[in-house]
Design a protein. Structure first.
Length: 279
């Protein structure tokens, strides 16, 4: 099943929407196997955006990263999944998850929500191999291995990937890895801190990081240099390729690479540079 993802993917967020189709087309031409499309809390209807991206490309897998369970009804998502699968087969992968408790006023009993959502997708005929689950903690990682194609941990170091591999078993493990392709150390750290600011203080991320090698002081805003170097390292393409390799050595089947840039700057120069050294 990892053949449908390839070994490396690109991770593109809502800020890239105006140029998203062009970015995904170029990622395909560069040889990336999957385009992970970030959505935040957005209501996604019946996944029309993903269908448009698949219509505009030839071979790359398009994966939602993620469809938020609190803002998207599973029956509507299932209708979109079936429509897209009928047209594009396994080139679409449905990434789902519960997001951040701090930004969802109705967030409660998260594991029960995940189980219910997966149950309703199954009842609507979405196959387990068509779904991948955002997971960080032990219960959701085990659930990902048991009920879906696998897990997509986000913003986690290789130590967490090794831990996740034990829990998902033989299921697909596709962690996200953020990188700053910049040889100026001060500028790279500034870009990394700008990127990380959204996540500092989110307890599901910060608590997991403390359990996997960082201290409370290191994850406190604005984030220690060690935290930056571990989660959002900067450097040459060759140096950053080693970071990606560390995720694979820890147990990843696929690494979704997010090139962090300032604001809405173009991430594609970074992806081009990385493609020259990754394969």
């Amino acid at each position: 099943m990892t053949a449908r993802l390839g070994t490396h993917g690109v991770w593109l967020g809502p800020q890239h929407t105006p140029r998203l189709t062009g970015y995904v087309r170029e990622a395909e031409d560069l040889g990336y196997g999957t385009a992970w499309i970030g959505h935040g809390m957005a209501a996604l209807g019946e996944l029309e955006q993903h269908e448009q991206l698949l219509d505009a490309t030839r071979t790359i897998t398009v994966a939602s990263a993620i469809v938020n369970m609190w803002t998207n009804e599973p029956e509507a998502v299932a209708r979109g999944y079936h429509r897209i699968a009928d047209k594009h087969g396994e080139r679409f992968l449905l990434g789902v998850g519960i997001g951040h408790p701090e930004v969802v006023t109705t967030y409660q009993k998260p594991l029960a929500k995940v189980v219910e959502y997966l149950d309703r997708l199954a009842e609507a005929g979405v196959p387990r191999e068509g779904i991948i689950l955002a997971a960080l903690g032990p219960k959701t990682l085990k659930l990902a291995g048991e009920r879906t194609l696998g897990a997509i941990p986000y913003l986690m170091p290789p130590a967490h990937t090794a831990y996740a591999r034990e829990l998902v078993g033989g299921a697909v493990l596709a962690p996200e890895q953020t990188l700053v392709v910049d040889t100026d150390p001060a500028r790279a750290k500034a870009t990394a801190r700008e990127f990380l600011d959204l996540y500092l203080g989110l307890r599901n991320y910060m608590g997991t990081l403390v359990r996997h090698g960082l201290t409370e002081a290191e994850v406190a805003r604005p984030g220690s240099d060690r935290m930056i170097d571990l989660l959002v390292p900067g450097g040459t393409p060759e140096q950053l390729a080693a970071t990606v390799s560390a995720q694979v050595e820890a147990g990843a089947d696929h690494v979704g690479i997010q090139v962090a840039v300032s604001g809405t700057d173009d991430p594609m120069p970074g992806y081009r540079a990385l493609a020259e050294v990754l394969w």
